[in-house]
Design a protein around this ligand. Structure first.
Ligand SMILES: [Zn+2]
Length: 409
């Protein structure tokens, strides 16, 4: 068992007293407490984990340490997590989507049930205060992030329902345009930007105190959202376009504009958004292995756990072959965002369980927080700055959006 900070100080002092001259310098040891203590004293809050897809499709058990996937309770504790936004997601669609709203409710119910199975470790919450209180009890707060405006089926009432059930951010689109907002993933020329209804939706999110999430939207839509939102903006899981050209990433101008609102961009760890070289290698590998995933899906029909393991093994074999980007590539994105936005503008948005294991070396799952901490220290950030990035900035923006809400208006 690692020493607590107090035990460490006492042990260092006792050792110092026991030794004859020349006296060692226990202060040097005391200044760098054991790793476990660092995580005990900070918030680690991740804005985007797609683990609910595993819970819904595979009966994934959060309670045990799983041999696949990126997020479960043992690994969350190891990574020092105090808050996780679980993504409420179903694939995007255009036009009328009443069934997608129902799917959102169903996913929330499944998350609630799974959290309810682990009351000693997890707490279903919806505020910065919840995260802080649960941490005092050694619990991790699970919150809902709505991924994709298509799930409200263009209806303000549905938005209000998702908020009342605890949804605390909404990504305005997923990878297709909705009737009221444009997506960065949709190549169709009819990007609506942000329509009149889109502006009403953003204003309603501001009124309710629901964070407006600019991840996934098109550049045209971003510009309109920036004009429209009266509250700080967030990107729940986006990286830097200056370093990797994926349209899902944010330009330096966008990073600056989010910072100007007092908002936070939560950096995405997906290799395909971090590294253009990886994206090219991955695409070439995909060409060489066409149809294999479909074959596995047919082979494991009716056995979702078996399929999940088979797909996991396939992805690990792929990564062994084409190579994961080193952790330094992820650190570059953090460092760049800090340079452009200031340290107050940056947070964590891993996209764990949503990226087919395609994560940098040393960041393979949620237990690896200390690798990020050490890496950021290596980039010259102080422990105070790192604490902001790990969670304090997110707590701040959650409070600021809540404070700007006008629920009675
Ligand atoms: Zn996403």
């Amino acid at each position: 068992m690692p020493l607590t900070r107090r035990q460490w100080v006492l042990a260092a002092a006792a050792w110092s007293a026991a030794c004859s001259s020349p006296a060692p310098e226990p202060e040097t040891a005391v200044e760098t407490p054991p790793e476990a203590d660092f995580l005990k004293n900070v918030h680690v809050i991740d804005l985007h984990c797609d683990t609910p897809m595993r819970i819904a499709a595979e009966g994934f058990d959060l309670g045990k340490r799983n041999d696949y996937g990126q997020v479960d309770i043992p690994r969350l504790h190891e990574g020092g997590y105090t808050g996780v936004f679980f993504s409420v997601y179903c694939p995007g669609a255009r036009g009328a989507t009443p069934e997608k709203f129902q799917e959102a409710l169903d996913i929330m119910a499944k998350i609630e049930a799974e959290v309810g199975r682990h009351p000693g470790d997890l707490f279903l919450g919806d505020s910065a205060g919840d995260i802080e209180r649960a941490k005092q009890e050694g619990k991790i707060t699970i919150l809902y992030g709505i991924e994709g405006g298509h799930m409200i089926d263009s209806k303000l009432d549905n938005l209000r329902t998702l908020f009342s059930k605890g949804g605390r951010y909404m990504t305005l689109t997923h990878s297709k345009h909705t009737p009221w907002a444009g997506s960065s993933g949709d190549t169709a020329a009819d990007d609506p930007g942000l329509t009149e209804l889109g502006r009403e939706i953003v204003a309603e999110m501001n009124r309710l105190g629901m964070m407006v999430d600019v991840s996934h939207i098109s550049d045209k839509t971003f510009a309109a959202v920036r004009e429209t939102s009266a509250a700080p903006l967030i990107a729940s899981h986006s990286s830097c376009r200056a370093l990797s050209s994926a349209p899902r990433n944010m330009t330096d101008g966008m990073l600056k504009q989010v910072a100007d609102t007092g908002g936070v961009v939560h950096i995405n760890y997906y290799d395909g958004f971090l590294d253009d070289g990886f994206r090219a290698r991955s695409a070439a590998w995909g060409e060489d292995h066409k149809g294999e995933a479909e074959k596995l899906k047919a082979e494991y029909a009716g056995d979702p756990q078996g399929l999940a393991h088979a797909l996991y093994r396939r992805q690990i074999a792929k990564l062994d072959e084409i190579g994961r980007p080193p952790l330094a590539v992820l650190l570059d994105h953090f460092e760049h965002a800090v340079t452009v936005m200031g340290v107050e503008g940056v947070g964590l948005g891993s996209d764990f369980d949503g990226v087919d294991e395609e994560l940098p070396e040393g960041m393979e799952d949620c237990s690896k927080t200390m690798n990020l901490v050490e890496g950021l220290r290596g980039r010259g950030l102080s422990d105070g700055d790192i604490s902001k990035i790990l969670g304090e900035n997110t707590l701040r923006v959650m409070r600021d959006v809540q404070a700007a809400a006008k629920p009675d208006a």
